[in-house]
Structure formats: structure tokens, C-alpha cells
Design a protein around this ligand. Structure first.
Ligand SMILES: Cc1cc2nc3c(=O)[nH]c(=O)nc-3n(C[C@H](O)[C@H](O)[C@H](O)COP(=O)(O)OP(=O)(O)OC[C@H]3O[C@@H](n4cnc5c(N)ncnc54)[C@H](O)[C@@H]3O)c2cc1C
Length: 508
């Protein structure tokens, strides 16, 4: 009998479990994969270490107030075992045909550089930053409501509801349409890949929240993102809890209308564990798939009705030599092949990616050693992989392997065109496809950031931390929106529902 069972060991599951452990709870974490951490996990190939779903994190700098709040929470959660290194300034570089622009922190510096580069666009720039501040406020209210008891959420809705609704419905494309200069427009919209919704559908609220999280700087975990699982799970274990790897939750057991435990399979064997509370951080549709049809039927149907967001391809590169001297830096590079920054890769075998995100994690982590790496990402439609998605792990037919090899070669050539000095230093490359993402974190259709990010999702009442099933709580990026910080906060909110004393920590 456990105090609480947490499903999933991504950052949301980890923060929930560690927070409960700090309150003295014995928590069992069930993770289907053999490596914990979800998208914060890392992997090795021939001595090179690659991160999967973390390139930069905001809110962890040594600042008082909200700019450093996430860092203070992580320090407390991990017993001061997590440290972060700055990603430099600029921390994001937007590369468009004929123009390269570095995005700096603090936000005032970013704004100043824009005014210097586009002196005739002052009105548009001022309007843009005003809207960003308003949309960020709305985002904070919306996601806070998702963790609050209904009467408080109702009160906040009365106060801020109109602004939240307006900012949820307003798309990034609508805001960009008010910017006359096409280059400026492309720079302001370039980072939609941080949450994976093209401008046409992206709620301005999510764009403001995610890009704004870097306004005080961007940081990378010292020792790599796997430090999240290492440090937070040791806190869980220190309080008498445990983590089971290769443990796939099959059924959330509900008895007499309340959660009673979880049935899971591990190495082909069925297991059953009991607990009066379950925090599910495995994604909203995956959670619904673990419930009997009769448990909160309408809610389940709503969760299952959400479509997965865009998928992605990721090329992992290992180098030999001094990549910094050859033009790499700790800043991420957002590359677009044209000023039309709004589309995902539709036909990866037949055309170049319209946009690339390039990150050099080894230059961000002071402990990375002498094996330099890069990760090249391109958001893509899942459709070209449709026929192969959902096949059992390890089943990779010849036609898939041939397709993958072709796409890998294309992506590699595109990278080499943009970074010619790095090309001769490449010693290793490997492509991850939507099948990889589906296999390692059970992301439906290989989606990069869970369910599709649009106004409908933000308006839904189904994605709250509290669920209609007594004792079952929901956490993770589907509740909070994309990103390590957001997902972690949803885990903490879920823990605070069970242990209200944690609220003081959350507010501090
Ligand atoms: C390529 C990429 C780059 C990214 N870059 C950044 C970045 O630079 N900065 C940033 O802030 N965010 C980034 N993100 C987003 C960020 O990684 C995610 O939003 C966040 O980590 C999601 O955390 P989570 O806990 O909600 O989900 P996950 O990390 O997906 O965790 C869910 C866990 O549940 C497990 N699971 C699923 N089903 C079951 C089951 N039935 N039983 C048991 N376990 C199960 C999965 O294996 C997984 O471990 C990136 C994401 C990707 C994919």
C-alpha cells in the first residue's frame, strides 16, 4: 500500500513525486521505459551524450521574484542537487534568408535590438511587447485556474476570464498580421517550435508564455537533463518511495467511485499495487486509455477526442574537434529557408525542411567533456509515417528503414549547407523519427508536445489537475502547456492538491 502512485517519470511525474516525498509520503513511480526522465532523459552513442527534450530552460537564474522562482523550487525539491549553466546572450538566434538576429535577455535588450534593427517599426514593436505582457498575464491566470479548487477558479474566472478568453482565441498569426515588416514578422514568430503549433493555430497566450519564460535568460542543467531524474528520484527513494522501470500502467483501478490502485505490466508479468491516490503524468489521452469505460465516461471521451500535436524529426550529431571555433555556440539557431515561417515539414522525402532548430548541447553543459554534439530538429506532420506508427517496438520494416535513411541524408545535407565549417567534423549521425518518440515516451502519433495546442484545448474544462474521478489527478504538459517549467509546475500543483502545505512553497 503506497500513499500515492505517480504514473510517468517525466518532469511532471518527477516533481509531483519529489514534492510529496518532501511531505513524508511514500510514493511509487511507475515508468514504462527502462530509463527514467521522460523527455528529460539522455542517451549515449559511442561516447557522445545526447539530450532528448531539453535545450534551454527559463526561470532558474539566481534572481529574486518570479524570474528565479522555478530555480528556487527545483533547489528545494532536489535538496540543492540541481545546478544550471547560462546559455549565453543571445540565447536564441533567428537565421532568415539574408538576415541573422540574436535574441537577447533581458526582454528590454531584445526590444532595444529590434528597435535598432527596425527603426521604422517602433509602433509595431511597442504594440507587440504590450500584447506579450497582456497574453502572459492571461496565461498565468489560465494555468493557475487549472490547479485551483472550483470556487477559487470561478472567482479568478470572473476577474480575469474575459482577458483569458480573448488571448486564448487570438492567434499568433493574427498578432503578426499587424506587423508591417516581413523580416520583423518572421523574427517575432520564429520560435513557435518551442510549443509546436504553427502561427495560424497557435494561441498568442501560449506563445507569450513559452517565449517569455526566457526573458530573464536561458539555462541548461549542469551534468545534463538526466540530472532531473537522478536527483528527484533519490529524494523519492529517500522518503521510502520507489520507482519501477519498464512498468507500463495498464489500468487505473477505481472501486466504489474512487481510485484504489493501479494494474501494470513489467517484463511481461502482470502486477497490482494499491494506493488511495494516483497522479497521472503520462499524457491526457494515455490516462483515459487506462480507465474503465464506465469511469467518468464523458470526461474520458473528451480526453480521447484531443488530437495529437505535430510530430518532429531529430538528427543527433557527434563531432570531433573544436566546434566552437567552427561557428557553433551555446545559443540555439532557428533557421528558416524563407520568410514564410509558418509551416511544418510535410514531405520529408521530397523537400527540405522549411525550418530547422539547431542546438549544441555540449557547449551548454560545462560538464559535457570533450565529445561535442548537435541536435537538429524539424517539426513535421505525422502523416508520412502513418503506415508505420503503432507497430510493435523493434518492428522496423525495410521500406521504413529506407525512407528513414533517405530523410536522414536530406536533413544532414541541409545542416551541412548551413554549417559548412562543421561538416568535416561530423563523426556520428542518427535520426529519430515520430516512431522513436512514440516508442520511448508513448507519445500518440509521435507528437512532440502532447495534444494539439489551440484555442479549443485552452478552453476545455477537461484538462484540470483535479479530475472527475475521486483520488485521480492529472499532471504534465497536456494540463499546463509545453515545456519543462510548465510541466513541472503542473506536477507541483497536483502534489499541492494532495498536500496543501506545499502551496506555501509554490507561492514563495
Ligand atoms: C525534441 C524536444 C525538444 C524540447 N525542448 C525543450 C526545451 O528546450 N525546453 C523546454 O522547456 N521544453 C522542451 N521540450 C518540451 C518538454 O520536454 C516537455 O514539455 C516536458 O518534458 C513534458 O514533460 P511531461 O512530464 O509532461 O511528459 P513526458 O516527459 O513525456 O513524460 C511522460 C512519461 O510517461 C511515461 N508513460 C507513458 N505512458 C505510460 C504508461 N502507460 N505507464 C507508465 N509510464 C508511461 C513515458 O514513458 C514518459 O516517461 C522539448 C520537447 C521535445 C520533444
Amino acid at each position: 500500500m503506497w500513499d500515492t502512485i505517480v504514473l510517468g517519470s517525466g518532469i511532471a511525474g518527477l516533481t509531483a513525486a519529489a514534492a510529496l516525498a518532501h511531505r513524508g509520503q511514500r510514493v511509487l513511480v511507475l515508468e514504462q521505459h527502462l530509463t527514467p526522465g521522460g523527455q528529460t532523459q539522455t542517451f549515449q552513442r559511442q561516447g557522445w551524450t545526447f539530450a532528448t527534450g531539453v535545450h534551454y530552460i527559463g526561470g532558474v537564474g539566481p534572481f529574486p521574484g518570479p524570474d528565479g522562482q522555478f530555480g528556487r523550487l527545483l533547489a528545494w525539491l532536489s535538496n540543492d542537487q540541481l545546478a544550471f549553466a547560462p546559455c549565453g546572450n543571445p540565447y536564441d538566434i533567428v537565421r532568415l534568408p539574408g538576415l541573422e538576429f540574436g535574441i537577447e535577455h533581458p526582454e528590454a535588450a531584445y526590444r532595444q535590438r529590434l528597435l535598432e534593427r527596425f527603426p521604422h517599426q517602433r509602433i509595431a514593436i511597442d504594440r507587440w511587447f504590450g500584447q506579450m505582457a497582456q497574453a502572459r498575464r492571461a496565461a498565468m491566470s489560465l494555468f493557475a485556474m487549472r490547479g485551483m479548487p472550483a470556487p477559487l477558479a470561478w472567482g479568478l474566472k470572473l476577474w480575469r476570464g474575459a482577458e483569458v478568453e480573448a488571448m486564448s482565441r487570438r492567434t499568433l498569426a493574427e498578432a503578426l498580421a499587424e506587423v508591417p515588416d516581413p523580416q520583423l514578422r518572421a523574427i517575432l514568430g520564429a520560435r513557435w517550435g518551442d510549443y509546436g503549433a504553427p502561427p495560424e493555430h497557435a494561441p498568442l497566450l501560449e506563445h507569450a508564455l513559452v517565449t517569455g519564460s526566457y526573458n530573464a535568460g536561458a539555462w541548461f542543467p549542469v551534468g545534463g537533463p538526466s540530472r532531473f531524474a537522478q536527483t528527484l528520484l533519490s529524494v523519492v527513494q529517500g522518503a521510502g518511495g520507489a520507482v519501477e522501470l519498464g512498468a507500463s500502467a495498464e489500468r487505473i483501478v477505481v472501486e466504489g467511485g474512487r481510485v484504489a490502485g493501479v494494474d501494470f505490466s513489467q517484463h511481461g508479468q502482470p502486477h497490482s499495487v494499491r494506493a488511495p491516490r494516483v497522479i497521472s503524468a503520462i499524457g491526457a489521452p494515455n490516462t483515459a486509455a487506462c480507465l474503465a469505460e464506465s469511469a467518468a465516461r464523458e470526461w474520458q471521451a473528451e480526453l480521447l477526442g484531443f488530437k495529437p500535436g505535430l510530430a518532429y524529426l531529430s538528427l543527433y550529431l557527434g563531432f570531433e574537434g573544436d566546434i566552437e571555433a567552427a561557428g557553433a555556440s551555446a545559443a540555439n539557431v532557428w533557421i528558416y529557408e524563407s520568410l514564410d515561417i509558418g509551416s511544418a515539414w510535410r514531405q520529408p522525402a521530397d523537400e527540405d525542411a522549411p525550418g530547422l532548430f539547431v542546438s549544441f548541447p555540449s557547449l551548454k553543459d560545462p560538464r559535457s567533456g570533450d565529445k561535442p554534439t548537435a541536435e537538429v530538429l524539424a517539426l513535421c506532420e505525422a502523416a508520412p509515417f502513418e503506415g508505420w506508427l503503432g507497430r510493435p517496438a523493434g518492428e522496423r520494416p525495410e521500406d521504413y528503414l529506407a525512407f528513414k535513411a533517405w530523410v536522414e541524408a536530406r536533413l544532414l545535407a541541409q545542416f551541412e549547407r548551413h554549417f559548412p565549417a562543421l561538416a568535416p567534423m561530423i563523426r556520428f549521425h542518427e535520426l529519430a523519427t515520430p516512431l522513436t518518440q512514440q516508442h520511448y515516451v508513448r507519445a500518440p502519433q509521435g507528437a512532440m508536445y502532447g495534444i494539439v495546442m489551440d484555442a479549443g484545448r485552452l478552453a476545455s474544462g477537461a484538462l484540470n489537475v483535479r479530475t472527475p474521478v475521486n483520488g485521480l489527478l492529472l499532471a504534465g504538459q497536456d494540463v499546463s502547456g509545453a515545456g519543462v517549467q510548465a510541466a513541472a509546475m503542473s506536477g507541483l500543483m497536483a502534489a499541492a492538491v494532495l498536500e496543501p502545505a506545499l502551496l506555501r512553497q509554490l507561492m514563495g
